[in-house]
Design a protein around this ligand. Structure first.
Ligand code: ZN
Length: 149
């Protein structure tokens, strides 16, 4: 196993063991429940919105390490971002997970400033296990539902 894979595995396990943003919110402006029956993963998402910006997020749930760590990473990535920025981030993440073939190919457009997904890149190893991609996508799909509703 390469050291990069070790690093990625550590990042995923850290988010799984110490999930971010689990506190309940004082004010809930949008919420959604996600469910991945293939794996038994569940995510409950709550958002506080100031104008179009997510000012606070709460994520709770249960399921495999991929689903829960991905939702935790998502919660860190979206605070302070507006709907347009979140839509772009969501599509970039889903595109990253959808790339088929060589897992060593560059995932993101690194020529573009700010295009780095940070901890989220740790999930790119999941692409080697297609059945787990739905696990990784669950939090983001739930986010899309919350913002659409
Ligand atoms: Zn799962």
């Amino acid at each position: 196993m390469s050291s990069l894979e070790d690093l990625y595995r550590e990042v995923v396990l850290d988010h799984y063991r110490n999930p971010r943003h689990r506190q309940p919110l004082d004010r809930v402006d949008a919420s959604a429940d996600g469910n991945n029956p293939l794996c038994g993963d569940k995510v409950h998402l709550e958002l506080t919105l100031e104008d179009d910006v997510v000012s606070a997020v709460s994520v709770t749930g249960q399921g495999c390490s991929i689903s829960q760590s991905s939702a935790s990473m998502m919660s860190e990535a979206i605070v302070g971002k507006n709907r347009d920025e979140i839509a772009e981030l969501t599509s970039r993440f889903k595109a990253m997970m959808a790339i088929e073939g060589n897992g060593d190919e560059p995932i993101l457009d690194t020529d573009r400033p700010g295009s780095v997904l940070g901890d989220l890149e740790a999930l790119q190893g999941v692409r080697k296990f297609p059945v787990r991609i739905k696990c990784a996508d669950l939090g983001w799909t739930t986010l899309q539902e919350a913002l659409a509703g």
